[in-house]
Design a protein around this ligand. Structure first.
Ligand code: SF4
Ligand code: SF4
Length: 188
């Protein structure tokens, strides 16, 4: 019984003289190749050439500093709790007197790690953060051959004071409205 009407009966018939020559088939194949040479390419020469990305693309995270160059993260752990992939781990530490220029809050993350092989770039950590400390950016996670190199620590995640990372393209009107909504107790 046929489930669809697309089935074709295969007939094993003798090859004609032309088919036995193979030349028409070879020329036909070459004609298809030549036609493709003049068509618009479907591929790009990455990484020299890059395709435009959506402004809401979620890639490599950044741990933001405040206007005075201090770490915003207070090691509250909400991002780790919100993470569905359990990709975030951290160790918290108390800020010592004299370290106020380094850490904005009394508690900070002495260790903060994201396993980029586990991360699914959902953005839940960004939404959960009450300190505007973590954002996803349009940067790509670099490829590598070793699994260990994909555990990104503060050295790779924290932005440099002299090279701030602009996260505004991802802060669309809808995202900002969500963050301002007190119903979700976000960034109070
Ligand atoms: S983007 Fe999602 S999966 Fe990745 S670390 Fe954040 S919460 Fe976890
Ligand atoms: S939710 Fe924000 S402040 Fe809390 S640990 Fe994560 S990045 Fe730091």
């Amino acid at each position: 019984m046929n489930l669809t009407n697309r089935s074709v009966v295969v007939v094993k018939k003798e090859m004609t003289f032309l088919e036995k020559l193979y030349l028409p088939a070879i020329l036909g194949g070459m004609w298809i190749t030549i036609r493709h040479l003049f068509k618009k390419k479907a591929t790009v020469n990455y990484p020299e050439e890059k395709r435009p990305m959506s402004k809401t693309f979620r890639g490599h995270h950044v741990l933001k500093l405040d206007e005075q160059g201090r770490e915003r993260c207070t090691a509250c752990g909400l991002c780790a709790v919100a993470c569905p992939a359990e990709a975030i781990t951290m160790v918290s530490a108390e800020r010592k007197p004299g370290e106020e220029h380094l850490y904005r809050e009394e508690k900070y993350a002495s260790v903060y790690e994201i396993n980029m092989l586990r991360c699914i770039f959902c953005g839940d950590c960004e939404e959960a953060c009450p300190k505007e400390a973590i954002f996803l950016t349009d940067r790509l996670v670099d490829a590598d051959y070793k699994r260990g190199t994909f555990v990104y620590g503060k050295d790779k995640l924290t932005e440099k004071p002299d090279k701030p990372i602009d996260v505004s393209p991802r802060q669309t009107k809808e995202v900002l409205e969500f963050k301002k909504n007190k119903k979700f107790a976000h960034n109070n």
